[in-house]
Design a protein around this ligand. Sequence first.
Ligand code: 5GP
Length: 188
Amino acid sequence: MPDPEQRLIVLSGPSGVGKSTVVAELRRAHPDVWLSVSATTRAPRPGEVDGVQYHFVTDEEFDRLIADGELLEWARFAGNRYGTPRRPVEERLSSGLPVLLEIELQGARQIRETMPEALHVFLAPPSWEELVRRLTGRGTESEEVIRRRLEAAKVELASEKEFDTTLVNTSVQDVCAELLALITASEV
Ligand code: 5GP
């Protein structure tokens, strides 16, 4: 029997690359694929529902989750904390079912340490220019914020070599199909 950790797929990549769009499309088109729902201290955005995109928790609740060892990994990102609840992931994996985590780089590195058999997938932008275009996007952020995000993106892009495979986000549909193929392959 294959190691249950081999069914764990970690999707990561620079902010602005479109990870959450890919995951939203996967939820819509393939509700059968099980996605871990993270806990976060950030406030819900319009349209986000507690328990669907995230479990929205207070700082105190997040402290408790850490103290009780209930998170598989966690990280600070842009002033908030994000973490993967341990139990649902472990239950799925021990039943032999695939699990998809969509997390940022520091969390992916923790998983690399604690669950070495997981498959790490890097979502890359089609080009640096395209990432700049997406991060500059709505044109609502100050130049300073955009500059900091681009600096962070450079660091994140340099981490690609730590990953087992790269998917280039040319189209959301294509990336979803490629991710599904990886998930299906993990079930064999
Ligand atoms: P957002 O606030 O835009 O939903 O997410 C910000 C970043 O946090 C994204 O890069 C997302 O992948 C990451 N993230 C979401 N959930 C988790 C988690 O449970 N752990 C870690 N380490 N990162 C997460």
